[in-house]
Write a new protein. Structure first.
Length: 424
């Protein structure tokens, strides 16, 4: 009797086709892929060196479908403590399972730490109750780079832009693959004619048109006098794929960027900072704007984005720029001279780049310092109220204190997706 031949796309030796193997691997967590590099040289080369596979793996975890299992598994919150003495990662699911089934016994056992770790808001204000979770300390970053304090200056495609205490150099770190890279020094002369170096600003993003990761260093110059008719910012761009810096144009762009707001906000492929136009008084409301650096093209360019006209001029120098879900947002810092918080609102730009689309948002918790983490679930947003984490529901304005075991106040908070993007 004649034997029936095998059907399908599998090879005669019983192995799956290479395309099917790649598709399966592209859906696996980073930790598994790092282990599977030991399976064979071809798998190691695919996972480590194949740019198409790396891009496919990244796209599957950062897609627009928020119900996708890969999106939910790879999206994490990464943060420092308030002193920058620890870098931590935690997972909060998108489906609110954590919120709905938070262990009451754990919450009760940590009730004694509530005053140390969490806000003790008035129950009548938002119906707050305690959530407790655990974070993983990313000790690798500290042990590998011999640092004791870290500042996160940007996050993109699973990579962190960091600067460490006593080390002015910039580093890129992939916490998932445990890779780190020290960037070359920025080739900048801190002297331009009669101007002097004032401060540095930073940003990190991805140019989708050239498939390159870009680190931005902005050098802000001022005059030696109180006259602000001169000065500005000069931008330098480092490209990971070429491991080199270059300067954007030879001239200084006519903007003053606030030194206390040196971390660029990444949205829609562009970086954003709060600043003022050179030649206008920084205290003058009309000069306050968002300086946007467009990354997604061969030749970067600088643009202006207006702020809401309704913002109280007295608040302009105490404004903070961030991302609320998928929109630019501006929050405020209260008057530190007053005993009680002074703010209960902020603004979001519902249509990117359109000044008329700024919309006022209100919160039920008075605050003097508020920022959005960039992380949200189906019903709640993870907000940072005065160095404390809060899960806030904008539908009914209720909130829940989120305490992280063994962590007090938090510092920088970012949302990131685990990736196998290489730093080599």
């Amino acid at each position: 009797m004649e034997k029936r031949g095998r059907t399908g796309n599998s090879n005669s030796n019983g192995q799956l086709p290479s395309m099917m193997i790649e598709e399966i691997l592209s859906r696996l967590p980073v930790k598994s892929l790092c282990r599977f590099k030991c399976v064979s040289k071809s798998w190691s080369s695919l996972i480590s060196d194949n740019s198409s596979f790396v891009a496919s793996h990244l796209d599957k975890g950062t897609g627009e479908d928020k119900d996708d299992l890969l999106f939910r598994r790879r999206r994490r919150v990464i943060f420092t403590d308030a002193a920058g003495n620890g870098l931590h990662s935690m997972h909060l699911d998108y489906d609110d399972e954590f919120l709905n089934h938070n262990n009451e016994e754990d919450a009760s056992s940590h009730h004694d730490n509530r005053n140390r770790n969490c806000f003790d808001f008035d129950e009548e204000v938002g119906g707050s109750n305690l959530l407790v979770t655990t974070a993983t300390e990313l000790q690798y970053v500290y042990s590998a780079l011999s640092c004791i304090s870290v500042s996160m200056l940007g996050c993109c495609n699973g990579l962190l832009l960091c600067m460490f205490l006593y080390d002015p150099q910039l580093y890129l770190v992939n916490p998932a693959t445990r890779q780190s890279k020290k960037l070359p020094e920025v080739p900048t002369e801190y002297l331009i004619d009669d101007l002097y170096y004032f401060c540095d600003v930073y940003g990190f993003g991805f140019d989708s048109s050239t498939h390159q990761h870009k680190v931005v260093n902005g050098v802000v110059y001022r005059t030696n006098t109180r006259d602000d008719d001169e000065g500005g910012v000069q931008f330098n761009v480092y490209t990971l794929e070429t491991n080199s810096w270059r300067q954007i144009h030879e001239y200084v762009f006519p903007y003053h960027i606030f030194p206390c707001r040196n971390k660029g906000t990444l949205l829609n492929g562009n970086l954003h900072w709060l600043g003022t136009r050179v030649g206008e008084d920084d205290d003058h409301h009309s000069s306050l704007l968002i300086v946007s650096l467009v990354l997604t093209q061969d030749q970067e360019e600088v643009r202006e984005i207006p702020l809401p006209r309704e913002i109280d001029p007295s608040r302009t120098l105490r404004s903070k720029l961030g991302v609320f879900r998928e929109w630019l947002c501006v929050t405020f810092e209260g008057d530190y001279g007053k005993a009680t918080p002074t703010c209960n609102e902020f603004w979001v730009m519902k249509e990117y780049g359109v000044g008329e689309s700024w919309t006022k948002m209100r919160v039920s918790i008075p605050y003097w310092n508020l920022s959005h983490s960039g992380f949200w679930t189906k019903s709640h947003d993870l907000m940072v109220f005065e160095e404390e984490l809060i899960m806030y529901n904008f539908n009914d304005h209720s909130f829940r204190n989120l305490c992280v075991r063994e962590i007090g106040k938090v510092g920088s908070v970012e949302t990131y997706w685990e990736s196998i993007v290489s730093l080599k």
